[in-house]
Ligand binder design. Structure first.
Ligand SMILES: NC(=O)C1=CN([C@@H]2O[C@H](COP(=O)(O)OP(=O)(O)OC[C@H]3O[C@@H](n4cnc5c(N)ncnc54)[C@H](O)[C@@H]3O)[C@@H](O)[C@H]2O)C=CC1
Ligand SMILES: O=C(O)[C@@H]1CCC=N1
Length: 272
């Protein structure tokens, strides 16, 4: 994607909002000066202001200056933000991208009372280094608008388009998933320390091994069990360790955790 002429406002610049801004700048799509970051306590954005981003806490002013609006507050903070920006929304100028879990495109339009195009995007924090898995969905945006959002997120990782009903599932598998895989790498490193490695070496060894496993699947379009079969020598140590993990519920724990996260993701806004 070539350099964009758009102006972006990220309303709610916390963990994911800042990660997105950094990723887009790192990819060369936007200059920091094209991105406005808002947050209730804008002093927390001082370092980003020094890097050239426009920062502040005035959401309506940010909306007026931008054509792409990214909603990145917590679900329970959303209605207040929408109430504040409602008078500044121009349906033919603005495209709204929401990364908020559990809030539908229709919820946002209903709260705004305006027929503005809304696209949901579910990235993960690896977006800051260009390795996000981002799922994109909309119930109303044009093909052109969806393609624009996909192209934006393609610059900061991989993107797939899904049905909006699957957005809470995507939240669990991909956005929460970063934490699940990080915890499994941490656990592997703790095992490594117990069998003789210094903690920092064990962590590096576990992380690079996890990266290799993921790349085997992505680069060879292979299946996990096909790759596992190549590691497990008969009567060997891999199958002994793997079966011990399964007897202790390894796959089951991951599956149950992902199911619970998906259920929870669907309730975050409604619990409001
Ligand atoms: N953290 C993650 O990995 C991901 C988070 N999400 C979604 O992104 C949203 C944000 O999550 P996080 O970044 O983790 O939360 P966060 O708490 O780090 O960020 C939210 C930010 O919004 C700001 N904020 C609250 N009210 C505001 C207002 N009225 N005006 C301007 N800013 C305001 C807060 O000060 C805070 O900095 C959530 O809805 C979450 O579901 C989606 C994908 C991944
Ligand atoms: O934990 C959460 O609710 C958010 C949504 C996905 C990642 N973090």
């Amino acid at each position: 994607m070539k350099k964009s002429a758009s102006r972006v406002a990220i309303l709610g610049s916390g963990n994911i909002g800042i990660a997105l801004a950094k990723g887009l700048v790192k990819a060369g799509i936007f200059e920091p000066a094209q991105i406005t970051l808002t947050r209730r306590n804008s002093a927390a954005l001082a370092t980003l202001a020094q890097e050239g981003y426009t920062t502040g806490s005035d959401n309506p002013a940010a909306v007026e200056q931008a054509d792409i609006l990214v909603l990145a507050v917590l679900p329970q903070q959303l209605n207040k933000v929408l109430e504040g920006i409602k008078p500044s929304i121009e349906p033919h100028k603005h495209l709204i991208i929401s990364v908020i879990s559990g809030v539908s495109c229709a919820d946002i339009r209903q709260e705004l009372g305006v027929e503005v195009p809304v696209v949901r995007a579910m990235p993960n924090t690896a977006i800051s280094i260009g390795h996000s898995m981002t799922c994109v969905a909309s119930d109303c945006a044009s093909e052109e608008q969806l393609a624009l959002v996909e192209a934006l997120f393609d610059t900061v990782g991989s993107t797939i388009r899904i049905n909006e009903e699957l957005m809470t599932s995507a939240t669990a598998l991909c956005a929460c998933g970063i934490a699940f895989f990080l915890r499994s790498i941490r656990a592997a490193s703790q095992g490594g320390t117990e069998i003789g490695f210094h903690a920092h070496d064990a962590l590096k060894m576990a992380a690079q091994t996890a990266k290799g496993a993921a790349d085997l699947l992505l680069q060879l379009a292979s299946h996990p069990e096909q790759e596992i079969d190549k590691v497990t020598s008969p009567k060997g140590c891999t199958i002994a360790g793997l079966n011990e993990m399964e007897h202790n519920g390894f796959s089951s724990a991951m599956i149950k955790g992902i199911k619970l996260s998906a259920e929870k993701a669907g309730t975050l806004y409604k619990e409001n």
